[in-house]
Design a protein around this ligand. Structure first.
Ligand SMILES: *[C@@H]1O[C@H](CO)[C@@H](O)[C@H](O)[C@H]1NC(C)=O
Ligand SMILES: *[C@@H]1O[C@H](CO)[C@@H](O)[C@H](O)[C@H]1NC(C)=O
Ligand SMILES: *[C@@H]1O[C@H](CO)[C@@H](O)[C@H](O)[C@H]1NC(C)=O
Ligand SMILES: *[C@@H]1O[C@H](CO)[C@@H](O)[C@H](O)[C@H]1NC(C)=O
Ligand SMILES: *[C@@H]1O[C@H](CO)[C@@H](O)[C@H](O)[C@H]1NC(C)=O
Ligand SMILES: *[C@@H]1O[C@H](CO)[C@@H](O)[C@H](O)[C@H]1NC(C)=O
Length: 765
């Protein structure tokens, strides 16, 4: 379909030697907004011995909506829509871990189910804990067909601490262990975090109690360490503790713990509770003491001993917090995702521990951390929980027909408590997600006080770190002036020159001035943030660039408009207009939003710029960079800073378009949609008239200045090997910045070494 709109570029001066940071190898955006690490599920007490399992299926669905299916008598079945109401949907959504329902659907909106229709004429009051507590005709008693299958739409907000149902078995419900902590016995002057060793204490009703260590095993320790965010355990010197602990009064509450080691919560292990007031119920034993081995990210003493290694063939992408994200695995040279069928906490825990975190807090399905774009490698991963790597677990190979990226699996891991969220706070905002930043620091007199951050160098990536540190998710915006959030009495600037890569756990890890230097030192120019639970994530379709590339010698008389828009290199000014031509490297750009929020230009409509020649508004000055680089990274063709008129050209199945450029329409890219700039649109090119034959790298960077927040900037860059013989152009190995293994990326940079034995595509027009 031909697109009426055209895309333009704004030329800029050459920036020699400038390497764009997005193409540098980066790890998952990490962060350290840790909550109390011991917060784990508070299993809802349920009278049944086995909890009813509920799931969403059908198509097209999202993680929070779909056809309702119930597992009963060993079989999955559906619910008929007769008498269905929002109260039913509320009960079902809560059972699925969402706070409430926003709607429900009838007549098999998500497709027809199979097998039994388990329930019919269901009428809940809304407060029931489970759908089987509601009034209905009884199990399996229905006069419906699958054309009447009911569905629900749940609010995309999880019940805090909710654990997917297949995890903790029924026995847990009877027990009252909510939290577990380690109490260090030796209190050093300076409290070092994380706490890795100490007496295990469990919270019950209204206090903390110890566990009797009789029959305590290393497997129990493994489970405790996992809950506290540590992948492995260490031996403890029991004698050392014995001396000390014998003199203390202990309250034993739990004894005879017998974990298998694969549990994700102590409450899931067989154990017994002591009778009330039974302080001496641990005859011959002592309080259980454990020592955990933190993952490499949390080891304070760097260089001490040999560091445990983090897996280099598994990673997490797109998460807001440290230890959460979409699971990606490396196969051959390329990263791919995992399909969510049968995705469990046991499998998720293997991934978490492999990456240096503890066990998994949540195993997420339905691309809850955004969709990947590369291959999907695994399905039906079924780890026992002891495997060292997800690659050691049984799984099925899949084809693209089996699974789609809407089913990408993700995890939330237990991470150690580092306390970073207590050293910064927000003030003056309208909601708790925004405000002027205040940081805690020691002044010269040795007292702790709150101060402000100079706004001058403050931007999206700095805001990303701050939001992560605060535990508030992604950055929506980094704000340089905060006069409209006038906070109370903190007025002193105590931090300036802050520059982050975006991956830091806390602002203190970012670069900043040694002594404060801020030109506008007034509080109204202090840094602020707006944080958000979701973010967009743009990514370019690399294979389309490779498929559509060609050279065009375009006559100058057809390029007046392009010249006016600065889409040609500087030497075009010296050409003998209108005679002669420019040599253009052309290709199509298809930009997908695979994140969880729409991509919207930062500037409001009032500041959009009208481009008369092409007849439309530009909402972002700089939306992409198109560059041809030499082997050493210098630009050989003038870098265009292209600006676009953003819109939804098309969307994946089940998603409707929302943004349209024409007629001063709303600009943006909806989640699940893409914006296509065809190779034949004016200015969709690089002017290579002055480029000599040779081997180059074609590089495209989207949102290069981080102007609009995204959940992941490592995939904003796309690179190809490019061979130009003076007549024709070959592109190969086109890939997204984070798609290759490090080794493959190194080989790529050493062009013309070829990867994957790909056959170069030859294109000429
Ligand atoms: C347990 O101790 C509390 C006070 O510590 C006391 O009030 C209560 O009577 C005791 N219960 C038993 C069964 O001894
Ligand atoms: C999956 O495919 C790989 C090769 O791509 C093969 O080695 C492996 O045995 C396959 N596994 C299964 C379970 O089919
Ligand atoms: C340190 O203490 C002195 C004396 O109490 C005071 O004058 C000074 O302002 C203090 N400095 C800071 C940075 O608070
Ligand atoms: C002013 O700052 C002090 C010390 O940080 C704090 O205790 C007090 O509550 C603040 N006052 C107001 C009005 O916020
Ligand atoms: C990318 O482009 C290729 C080639 O046109 C196409 O087959 C593929 O579906 C596109 N990928 C996505 C995710 O749309
Ligand atoms: C990079 O390579 C180009 C030729 O490809 C050369 O002209 C330039 O001097 C090189 N720059 C550096 C910094 O090596």
């Amino acid at each position: 379909m031909e697109k009426s709109r055209r895309r333009e570029t704004l030329a800029v001066s050459l920036l020699f030697g400038l390497l764009l940071p997005c193409c540098l190898a980066q790890t998952t955006p990490s962060n350290a907004a840790t909550r109390t690490p011991t917060r784990t599920p508070t299993p809802s007490p349920s009278p049944q011995t086995e909890r009813l399992r509920v799931r969403l299926s059908g198509y097209p669905r999202k993680h929070n909506e779909g056809r309702v299916e119930l597992f009963y008598k060993g079989e999955w079945g559906t619910i008929c829509d007769d008498d269905f109401a929002i109260a039913n949907a509320n009960v079902l959504c809560r059972q699925l871990g969402f706070v409430e329902a926003t709607g429900w659907t009838h007549s098999a909106k998500y497709g027809k189910g199979q097998g039994k229709i388990w329930l019919d004429n269901v009428q809940c009051n809304g407060g029931e804990r489970s759908i089987d507590s509601c009034k209905s005709r009884g199990w399996g008693n229905s006069d419906c067909t699958h054309d009447e299958d009911a569905g629900v739409v749940c609010k995309d907000e999880r019940i805090p601490g909710f654990v997917e149902s297949n995890v903790i078995d029924a026995q847990v419900d009877e027990k009252q262990i909510e939290e577990v902590r380690l109490r260090p016995v030796v209190t050093t002057a300076r409290k070092k975090l994380p706490i890795t060793e100490g007496v295990v204490e469990v919270k019950y009703k209204d206090g903390w109690a110890q566990i009797c260590d009789l029959r305590w095993t290393i497997k129990n320790t493994h489970v405790v360490c996992g809950m506290l965010g540590f992948p492995h355990e260490r031996k403890v010197n029991k004698n050392f503790y014995k001396l000390y602990l014998e003199r203390q009064k202990n309250h034993f509450h739990v004894h005879s713990v017998a974990c298998a080691g694969t549990e994700i919560h102590l409450a899931a292990c067989p154990l017994q509770f002591s009778k009330p007031n039974a302080t001496s119920s641990c005859e011959g034993g002592m309080p259980a003491v454990v020592s955990c081995m933190p993952g490499p990210l949390f080891i304070q003493n760097k260089g001490l001993k040999k560091k445990p290694k983090i897996s280099n063939n598994v990673r997490l992408k797109g998460g807001a917090k440290l230890g959460e994200g979409r699971v990606e695995v490396l196969k051959g040279n390329e990263w791919g995702t995992v399909c969510d069928d049968r995705w469990s906490l046991q499998s998720a825990s293997v991934v978490c521990r492999e990456l240096g975190f503890g066990s998994a807090k949540e195993a997420l399905t339905g691309a809850r951390m955004g969709q990947g774009i590369g291959p999907i490698y695994m399905n039906e991963v079924k780890c026992v929980g002891q495997e060292r790597s997800i690659w050691n677990c049984p799984f099925k190979n899949i084809t693209s027909e089996d699974c789609q990226h809407v089913e990408d699996a993700a995890v939330r891991c237990n991470v150690p408590y580092m306390g970073v969220e207590h050293s910064i706070r927000l003030a003056g905002g309208r909601t708790r997600y925004e405000g002027r930043l205040e940081v805690l620091s020691l002044d010269s007199n040795g007292t702790l006080s709150w101060g402000l951050i100079c706004g001058e160098t403050w931007n999206t990536r700095e805001a990303m770190v701050a939001c992560r540190q605060l535990g508030l998710g992604y950055a929506n915006q980094g704000v340089q002036e905060t006069w409209y959030w006038d906070s109370s009495n903190v007025t002193e600037m105590i931090m300036s020159g802050v520059k982050c890569t975006g991956n830091e756990m806390s602002l203190s890890q970012c670069q900043h001035h040694k002594t404060v230097s801020c030109q506008k030192a007034a509080a109204k120019f202090a840094a602020g943030v707006i944080c958000s639970d979701t973010a967009s994530d743009l990514v370019l379709n690399a294979s389309l660039v490779q498929q559509t590339v060609y050279i065009e010698d375009r006559p100058l008389h057809m390029l007046y408009c392009a010249a006016e828009e600065d889409c040609l290199s500087k030497t075009a000014a010296q050409a003998n207009w209108p005679y002669g031509h420019r040599r253009l490297l052309r290709f199509s750009s298809q930009i997908h939003n695979i994140g969880r929020a729409d991509f919207k230009p930062k500037a409001g409509r009032h500041s959009w710029v009208w481009h008369a020649c092409h007849g439309h508004y530009h909402s972002m000055d700089i939306f992409t960079h198109y560059d041809l680089l030499s082997g050493n990274g210098t630009k050989v063709a003038e870098g265009h800073k292209a600006s676009f008129c953003l819109e939804d050209t098309d969307c994946q199945e089940g998603v409707s378009k929302r943004y349209e450029c024409a007629n001063f329409g709303n600009q943006g890219i909806t989640v699940g949609c893409w914006d296509l700039y065809r190779h034949d649109i004016d200015c969709q090119w690089i002017d290579i008239t002055d480029v000599k034959p040779g081997n180059y790298i074609l590089q495209i960077v989207i949102n290069p200045n981080y102007e609009v927040a995204e959940s992941d900037f490592t995939n904003n860059c796309m690179k190809c090997n490019c061979k130009y013989d003076g007549h024709r152009i070959w592109l190969h190995n086109c890939h997204i910045g984070d798609a290759f293994s490090e080794e493959a990326e190194r080989r790529f940079e050493k062009y013309p070494g070829q990867l994957n034995n790909q056959i170069p595509s030859i294109n000429q027009q």
